[in-house]
Structures are given as C-alpha cells and as structure tokens.
Design a protein around this ligand. Structure first.
Ligand code: C5P
Length: 330
C-alpha cells in the first residue's frame, strides 16, 4: 500500500516534469519559478554499474523538448587539430572574456598540438556504451557526506582545480581520472590522470605548452605554476566553441561566462551516459565554502562573473529530467 502510494507520487512527479518541460521558460525569473514547483531531488542510493543498463541514457534521443532543444552533439567538447579553427563570432567572444592579447591564435595552437595530442576524444557514443561519470565540485556540502565510495565507483571521476583528496577520502573518494583546471588554479597530477585545461584566453594555451616544456610562462594576470607534473599525452583542451555553446545555449548568456563547475558538468553531460554530481551548492548552514578550507565565500553565492543562481537552476532542471543525479550532501 505504502509502495503504491510512493509509486503514484513518483509517477505524478515524472508526469509533472515532462508536462512542465513543454512550457519551457525563457527568462531567469520564469525558469526560477518553474523550478520552485519541481521536486528535483532524487534517490541517493549508491550507483551500481550493473544498474546502468536500466538507466536513461543521455545520448539516446528522447522526447524531452527542453533537453533536446539544447543538447547538441555536433560540437566537440574538446579542441583538436580538426576543429581548431574558430568561427569569427566564437573567436571574438572568446577574446573578450579576459584581458586583450596580441598572440596569434593559429601559431599558438600549432605549437600546442606539437606538445599535446591533437586528436578527438570520446566520440564513441553507442547504444551499448554505459560510461558512468562523477563530477566532483568543491563545495563544503561534501564534508560528512560519506560519498567517497560512490564517487570512486564511477568510470570517470572528474575533479576541479586544487581540490585535495588526502584526509578527505571518506567524503570525496581517492580516484581522479580527470582534473579540470586553468593556469591560475593548476596543480600537479598523478601519471594516470588526464588534465583538462579550460582556456579562458589564448595565453592559457601558451601556458600549458610552456608548463609541459620550457616553463617560460610564469604569469597570466597573476603568478602561475611555471611547470606542471602531468602526462602530456593525457592533456585535453576544452574547446572554445563548446564554451560559447554552453554560454549561449545552456545558460542563455547569463553571466559573463560559465563557471568551471558548470563547464565541467556540460563536458560530462556530452561524453558520459550517466552523470552523478557531487559537491555543488551551499552547505547545510548556507555557506559557500570549499570542503577543505574556510575560504572567502560566506552566506552568499560565489557568483562573481558567473550566473551562479542560473547555473544551479539549470542543474536542478537537468536532475529533474534525469539527465544527471544531484548528490546534495547529507
Ligand atoms: O571554487 P572552485 O572554482 O575551485 O570550485 C569548482 C566548482 O565547484 C565551482 O565552479 C562550483 O561550480 C563548485 N562549487 C560549489 N560550491 C562551493 C564551491 C565550489 O558549487 N562552495
């Protein structure tokens, strides 16, 4: 009886989600009020690879109009020799993100792909593929979560910036297959971890080439690591065209440009079949701290140049539509 009631209410929620999706809202306030009506939270049962086959696959075309209108598999999340020429609109938008630079993009990319692989990756979507991914943000809501083993059970464990593991394994796990960074947030990597660089400027591409070879770039808008320990054969570069697509299509141009966290999530949504998201959002006490330190963000969202509120709303909508699973801490 209880189960029937539970099932009925779950069915009602799913039905409500799909109906509401047809009323896609185009402004922040509309999206926000829409989401307020949805119960986006989902079960936080441990992820099992055996269950994967029964899950809804992101890359399978489904009828959800809101998702399908945005989800574009024709833009590669990663920069390669094949897609390195940027359209004029992408190039100028990307150049305006940060300080003006004089470097010749063509030369910079040519040198870059002499050092790191210039081939495409992860274009292997197939009906029988079931790649599970954990996207691990840096929020203090991970503290005491006990999520470590769930995180580690994913095929890919994607972490960001300087987030440490030592001493936090019970809550954050100890595997890292990918670490996303930009020069100002760089950290040394283990041999088996892929470095995913998000270039917010041409200088970031020069930096990674230099950090893996000569070490001549020591400064961007702040001092940065001159050399980095990372396997250069495992270095991946976020595609500026994909960066603009995330900003234009998924965030509808809210904020100056997307946060590293949201860009990482979108990377996962496009290359994984199941996405499990950890360490995003405020802690229970409402603070926005890193899980390993008391940083400057207190009691308010660290939006800065990013549309933090809008990013969270889109994430909640994706969770509601079962395109990702949001683990919000305990
Ligand atoms: O602070 P940092 O940029 O290293 O964090 C990486 C990502 O983790 C952020 O872009 C954000 O999406 C997420 N984060 C969060 N709440 C926090 C800290 C980080 O959602 N308190």
């Amino acid at each position: 009886m209880v189960d029937l009631k539970h099932l009925k209410s779950k069915l009602l929620i799913v039905l409500f989600c799909s109906c509401a999706a047809t009323l896609v809202l185009f402004s922040y306030s509309n999206l926000s009020s829409y989401l307020l009506q949805l119960d986006y939270r989902q079960s936080d049962k441990p992820v099992s690879k055996a269950l994967c086959a029964f899950r809804q696959c992101i890359s399978v075309e489904d009828e959800d109009p809101w998702f399908m209108k945005r989800f574009n598999t024709s833009i590669s999340p990663l920069l390669s020799q094949e897609n390195a020429i940027l359209s004029k609109s992408t190039y100028y938008w990307w150049q305006r993100l940060q300080t003006k630079q004089n470097a010749n993009y063509g030369d910079v990319v040519r040198k870059l792909f002499q050092v790191v692989p210039g081939k495409g990756h992860y274009n292997d979507s197939a009906p029988n593929r079931c790649r599970t991914c954990a996207v691990v943000g840096n929020s203090g809501n991970l503290n005491g979560s006990d999520y470590g083993s769930i995180i580690d059970s994913n095929d890919f464990v994607i972490r960001m910036n300087k987030a440490p593991l030592l001493g936090y394994e019970k809550d954050v796990g100890n595997r890292t297959t990918h670490r996303v960074m930009h020069p100002e947030s760089a950290t040394n990597l283990q041999k088996d971890t892929s470095l995913l660089l998000i270039p917010f400027k041409t200088l970031d591409l020069e930096w990674i080439t230099s950090a893996l070879t000569t070490g001549t770039v020591k400064r961007t808008w702040m001092p940065v690591m001159a050399k980095i320990n990372a396997d250069k054969n495992k270095v991946l570069i976020y595609n500026p065209t994909f960066l603009k697509y995330v900003h234009d299509v998924w965030l509808e141009r809210h904020g100056k440009y997307p946060s590293s966290g949201f860009l990482t999530l979108m990377f996962a949504i496009h290359i994984c079949d199941e996405v499990n998201v950890f360490g995003f959002g405020a802690s229970k006490d409402g603070t926005w701290q890193h899980y390993w330190e008391k940083n400057k963000f207190r009691k308010s969202e660290p939006t800065g140049l990013h549309a933090g509120d809008y990013e969270s709303l889109v994430m909640k909508l994706l969770a509601c539509k079962r395109k990702m699973k949001l683990f919000e801490g305990r």
